[in-house]
Write a protein that binds this ligand. Sequence first.
Ligand SMILES: C[S@@+](CC[C@H](N)C(=O)[O-])C[C@H]1O[C@@H](n2cnc3c(N)ncnc32)[C@H](O)[C@@H]1O
Length: 234
Amino acid sequence: MTQSHSSWQYDESKPVGRDYGSESEADIYDASHADFRDIKAESNRVLDTLAIKQGATILDFGSGTGTFAIEAARRGARVHAIDVSRSMLARAKSKADQEGVSGIEFHNAGFLTYEHPESSADAIVTTFAFHHLPDFWKGISLKRIYRMLKPGGQFYIHDVIIEESGSLENIALFINQQKEAGGAFLRDDAEGHFRDEYSTYDWVIDGLLSRAGFSVINKHIDGGVIGTYLCRKN
Ligand SMILES: C[S@@+](CC[C@H](N)C(=O)[O-])C[C@H]1O[C@@H](n2cnc3c(N)ncnc32)[C@H](O)[C@@H]1O
């Protein structure tokens, strides 16, 4: 489900930085990310943290090639995989089919346009996608996410989120780590991230979460640049 929007609303269907709308990006995504992360293991750790039960409703915003959605569906969750990129969704669908996993609904929409019944999701997850929105629109999106969750529902966000202290040094270190993990491709990817995309300070994210109504249960910023928050709807 998507909503129609006014002409001044941020157009989240237009790529910022990397063009995940292109088929070539979808083709290389899993292999290039395997150089620095194990998305399947990460997804299962997130599902353990959320203690997802059979039949729970989970939304994944910016679901990409679907690894998290597939692992959640394997555990019997009802999953909504939401992404603005048709190419990424197509890749996710074909992976789910190949792995014989059902129980996922795929939606070509995003943080600002996906519609879901109020107070009906048990958990909402987003990994490495929230930084595609400028900060004002992050705030709007968090209020939408808050409304979709059941009272007590959980929101998990993992993304490039930057601590103020030592920020420039930490970014340089991170870019160097990425270069060591995946050569020029991951170096350019990380450089483009900080130059062209909308990752922001953790204190901005803290404020936006709190103003949307969330309680932060757990927060960790790895190396000053990779943030993980577990939040609850009050
Ligand atoms: C770096 S990938 C992350 C994919 C996956 N979540 C992961 O952890 O590997 C970012 C994804 O977010 C999607 N995306 C970008 N802007 C979005 C928006 N406004 N709403 C939903 N998805 C968006 C992109 O199409 C892309 O598939």
